[in-house]
Ligand binder design. Structure first.
Ligand code: ASP
Length: 327
């Protein structure tokens, strides 16, 4: 006779009443000055459709038992392909009129990370960040070297013009005009919005985060923002939370935003909501940084926090939540 099976139910944070583990995903498409009065209804609907497509694609991976890493990578890839957002096709342009792309991804198990900066011809920078994490001994590769590695890995290449859209060309001209006519003679920062990112929690309890961007309109000299900097624009750790940021990158780097939120959760046992509030609404604001973050903790609690007018964002979880919003 077989011995009776001893069933041990291990309580997991956020576990559902039927014992199922929570699933959650959140995405963003950038934060900043998003003027509601200037936004045509069709444009608003189109942004919300783009966000919904990425959100649902990521969530369906989680629902099928896929990993949070696959979910964030796929959601970000779709947002890179969507020309409305500042990542991949439709990225903002440098002073010289080119797209220069940055991205990073982090696996909360390990943790492990991959990042890429200043690339010009890889169609999906997030795919390259993932390969750097999975197939190289490094965390971050830049420029030509990164593209050489991408070629060896067989990634899809495109001419730089693929990324350029008429909207971004006009935006660059406006930024150059503002810079020439600014009384201080200092470079005007240009519009910052449209960076994309995703965070997710999968059935195995693994957290992941990914961020991708063209950076800042009218940038020069190989400027790199927070998005590909692990700890600033992206961070994930299974012991605390996953975070993806968007906003004025220099401030996010100086404030080490994503890692700071993780540290408050892990070492001070703050809830991810309180940690995000402290960093985004108090510390970052005091320093003069505009923007926001999306985060998910081990229990599947989602936080969408920003200190500016709006953040393109979406959230979906196994408790039935599903929303996309801008303001
Ligand atoms: N954080 C990005 C950067 O500074 C820009 C953005 O989020 O819109 O490169």
């Amino acid at each position: 006779m077989r011995a009776p099976l001893l069933s041990v139910i291990v309580e997991m944070p956020g576990m559902h009443a039927d014992g199922a583990r929570p699933l959650a995903i959140a995405i963003h498409g950038g934060a900043g000055v998003i003027d509601r009065t200037q936004m045509a209804p069709e444009r608003e609907a189109s942004y919300l459709a783009g966000l919904s497509a990425a959100l649902d694609a990521g969530y369906s991976i989680l629902e099928r038992g896929g990993s949070s890493l696959d979910a964030v990578a796929d959601a970000v890839r779709l947002l890179e392909d969507d020309p409305q957002f500042n990542a991949g096709r439709g990225a903002v342009l440098t002073h010289d009129g080119e797209a220069e792309l940055d991205a990073s991804i982090m696996d909360g198990a390990g943790p492990r990370a991959g990042a890429v900066a200043g690339i010009r011809h890889v169609k999906n920078p997030i795919g390259l960040a993932r390969l750097i994490m999975d197939k190289s001994p490094h965390v971050m590769l830049i420029g030509q070297g990164a593209e050489k590695f991408a070629r060896e890995q067989g990634l899809e290449f495109v001419p730089n013009t693929y990324f350029r859209t008429p909207y971004r060309e006009e935006e660059l001209q406006r930024a150059i005009h503002r810079e020439r006519h600014s009384d201080k003679g200092a470079p005007a920062p240009g519009t910052i919005t449209g960076t994309v990112g995703a965070v997710a929690l999968d059935r195995a309890g693994n957290l992941a985060a990914a961020t991708s961007t063209g950076g800042m309109t009218n940038k020069r000299y190989g400027r790199v923002g927070d998005s590909p900097i692990i700890g600033a624009g992206t961070y994930a750790n299974n012991e605390s939370c996953a975070v993806s940021a968007t906003g004025s990158g220099e401030f996010f780097i100086r404030s080490v935003v994503a890692y700071d939120i993780h540290a408050l959760v892990q070492y001070k046992q703050l809830s991810v909501q309180d940690a995000a509030k402290e960093v985004v609404q108090v510390k970052l604001k005091r320093a003069g940084g505009d923007g926001g973050i999306i985060a998910i903790d081990r229990a599947g609690d989602i936080v969408l926090e920003f200190n500016c007018e709006g953040m393109f964002r979406g959230a979906r979880d196994s408790r039935g939540r599903r929303d996309v919003a801008i303001y």
